[in-house]
Ligand binder design. Structure first.
Ligand code: 13P
Length: 255
């Protein structure tokens, strides 16, 4: 069975103290529960840019990995306020979240821009947690499957089979993010299975079996078990509930 991947997306929360305190607490837990760490899934935490370096130092040599929440689509230049893949690599960051619906909505990130970001990330050997998801309107009109297919076809599916190794797919229905509303568990399974099938049709069974597809959107310590029980759900991308150490630890334990 595939190991689950649990990802915390802290978004624009947590200052220096909160970040370092949380990570040290998490490490303490793992030191106590060696068994869990040994058999356990991969854990990825995505703090804000200013704290990536210290975070990476804190988790060095453990089962916890650090991810950035974004990169610019150019490697360098006159782009005031932006951060590049090269900069992240220079401080030892190996993972980045791309395509989050908040980036798509508030920062106008189109599939075309996301494809540029994918190229830059791959060129700099960053692993990519790539988010896809449908709007409520699409869901209400039963267009969720076609919406997801389109998002994949215009981005990841332009990559080669070799490059696909560098992706984790995060299915996040936009209407479930931060709302407390979640799809029925069997609907999540159906969508994950659909995504896997799209990968199978495009890249073959080996790739589709291997790729991790995680679910995100109002995961809590109470509902996570049911999500993780679904056959094609390989973990979770957690927002709000990852900001509370006890809730996040419960989610880790449940997976
Ligand atoms: P919530 O868990 O707060 O719904 O956020 C999900 C998310 O956007 C993770 O990237």
């Amino acid at each position: 069975m595939k190991k689950k991947i649990i990802i915390a997306n802290w978004k624009m929360n947590y200052n220096f103290y909160d970040t370092t305190h949380f990570l040290r607490h998490l490490l303490k837990f793992f030191n106590h529960e060696k068994e869990i760490e040994k058999n356990h899934q991969k854990i990825i935490i995505a703090p804000s840019y200013p704290f990536l370096h210290i975070s990476n130092q804190i988790v060095q040599g453990t089962n916890i990995h650090i991810a950035a929440q974004n990169i610019h689509d150019m490697e360098k230049g006159s782009y005031t306020g932006e951060v590049s893949a090269i900069m992240l690599k220079s401080i030892g960051i190996n993972n980045v979240i791309l395509g989050h619906s908040e980036r798509r909505t508030y920062f106008n990130e189109t599939n075309k821009i996301l494809l540029e970001k994918i190229y830059i990330a791959l060129k700099n050997r960053l692993k990519i947690i790539f988010c896809i998801g449908e709007t409520l309107n699409e869901r209400n009109n039963n267009k969720q499957f076609i919406s997801i297919q389109k998002q994949l076809e215009q981005t990841i599916f332009i990559c080669s089979v070799k490059e696909i190794e560098n992706f984790i797919i995060a299915y996040e229905p936009i209407w479930a993010i931060g709302t407390g509303e979640v799809p029925y568990y069997h609907e999540v399974q159906k969508m994950h299975n659909h995504i896997r099938l799209l990968f199978k049709n495009k890249y073959g069974k080996f790739v589709s079996d291997k790729i991790h597809i995680v679910y995100g959107g109002s995961i809590t310590e109470l509902n996570c078990k049911e999500f993780f029980k679904q056959k094609d759900v390989d973990g979770g991308l957690v927002g709000n509930s990852s900001l509370n150490i006890n809730k996040f630890l419960s989610i880790i334990k449940a997976s």
